[in-house]
Design a binder for this molecule. Structure first.
Ligand code: SOE
Length: 378
């Protein structure tokens, strides 16, 4: 029998739902060493928290996170609130001795991230940042193929994350659903929100990023703020493109925007090695494209691997070969791996320290965009 582990989720927005769903499913499909119990949901808005508790089956509701952290019956604190709250909540949770899962990006900037890393490492608590795309089975397969040496020396990494939901100049900034447009709450625009995903995957697959040169643009310079009712300057980057050099000598090109009309969440990457290449696309997330130059020339070509067989990462826990899974499952895998790590007393990535590397790259991008110069990471 798995031991119960009590979870307190802070924030009941989009991410509160993805994480809660993962806690609900993980035991049935993965039988991890611990069985998550939805002990408490915490949100400053009591009506929202009560409704969330009823919908998802939380045992109790808190409206003050300090009360949640003071509770002896909470083991894991899961931070699903906007970026400007991560530091305070995570440091307090670490001081209270809680295990922590925190939404991405780790922090508003590197300085905040460093304090958070120091706090969790001092407290010795298991910690993880929710860069969920690592745990899409096709992405994990890409990692396994690269680590096995199949691609050989890596020359190129290219990645995009394209959306189109902020094109209207009537869209306000700030508040519950539009805080990503408010720089005081989000810290940055697409760099911290979308490129952070691309960077986390890139570092995981291809090693550290050494230096970057970037350009950013804010296409709509002023938007009404939902909380003040006033038209205010927009401080986020609406779009960002950057080039990078990895420590292994490979070159990279990254692009992200919320102004790519027609694209809702087009996250792709392609990696070109000496012997083989791989490519992945979030809109077709259960497939990995693979080209191997060692194939006999008359059948050589890009193949599309349907990542559903039981010997593919995570897949034996789901249905039968040929039946695919989707976005929500990456969060289930994240919790499954975290709970295994807790049992084995082994850190599971991306830890806060891993996520700090991504934060450093984001800071270097934003610094480079100001000067137009190449910037060394960290
Ligand atoms: C923004 O629209 C967003 O929801 C990000 O915040 C998520 O991290 C990304 O996975 C999808 O897009």
């Amino acid at each position: 029998m798995s031991k119960p582990l009590n979870v307190g989720v802070i924030g009941c927005g989009f991410m509160g739902r993805t994480h809660t769903n993962a806690y609900k499913k993980v035991y049935s499909f993965f039988k991890p060493p611990f069985k998550p119990v939805l002990k408490a949901i915490c949100d400053t808005n009591a009506d929202k928290a009560n409704a969330f508790a009823e919908t998802w089956g939380f045992e109790s509701v808190e409206t003050d996170w300090r009360k949640l952290l003071a509770r002896k019956d909470i083991d894991i604190v899961d931070i699903c609130t906007p970026n400007n709250t991560h530091k305070e909540l995570a440091i307090a949770a670490a001081e209270a001795g809680k295990m922590i899962i925190c939404e991405k990006p780790l922090a508003m900037n590197t300085a905040e991230g460093q304090e958070m890393v120091a706090a969790v490492e001092k407290a010795g608590v298991p910690n993880l940042v929710s860069f969920n795309y690592r745990r899409v089975p096709a992405v994990t397969l890409a990692k396994n193929l690269i680590d096995s040496g199949r691609l050989g020396r890596i020359f190129h990494y290219r990645s995009v994350f394209l959306q189109d939901w902020t094109i209207s100049s009537d869209l306000p900034q700030g508040g519950d659903s539009l805080w990503r447009l408010d720089v005081k709450v989000a810290g940055s625009g697409v760099t911290g929100d979308l490129l952070a995903h691309c960077i986390d995957t890139a570092i995981w697959l291809n090693g550290p990023i050494k230096s970057v040169t970037a350009m950013t643009e804010t296409f709509i310079k002023q938007r009404k703020h939902t909380q003040t009712g006033k038209v205010e300057e927009v401080g986020i980057d609406d779009a960002c493109a950057f080039m990078a050099r990895f420590a292994n000598g490979s070159l990279a090109v990254f692009e992200s925007t919320r102004y790519a009309r027609g694209h809702k969440a087009l996250y792709t990457f392609e990696i070109n090695g000496e012997k083989a290449s791989i490519a992945w696309d979030l809109h077709d997330l259960h497939r990995l494209s693979y080209f191997d130059h060692r194939d006999e020339s008359i059948v050589r070509g890009w193949r599309s691997i349907h990542v559903t067989d039981g010997d593919m990462p995570y897949m034996k826990h789901w249905w039968v070969p040929g039946l695919q899974i989707g976005y929500e499952h990456s969060f289930v895998h994240q919790v499954a791996d975290f709970l295994e790590g807790v049992d084995k007393k082994q850190p599971v990535g991306p830890t806060f320290r891993d996520a700090l590397e991504t934060q450093k790259v984001c800071d270097a991008i934003l610094a480079s965009a100001k000067t137009g110069q190449w910037v060394e990471v960290g």
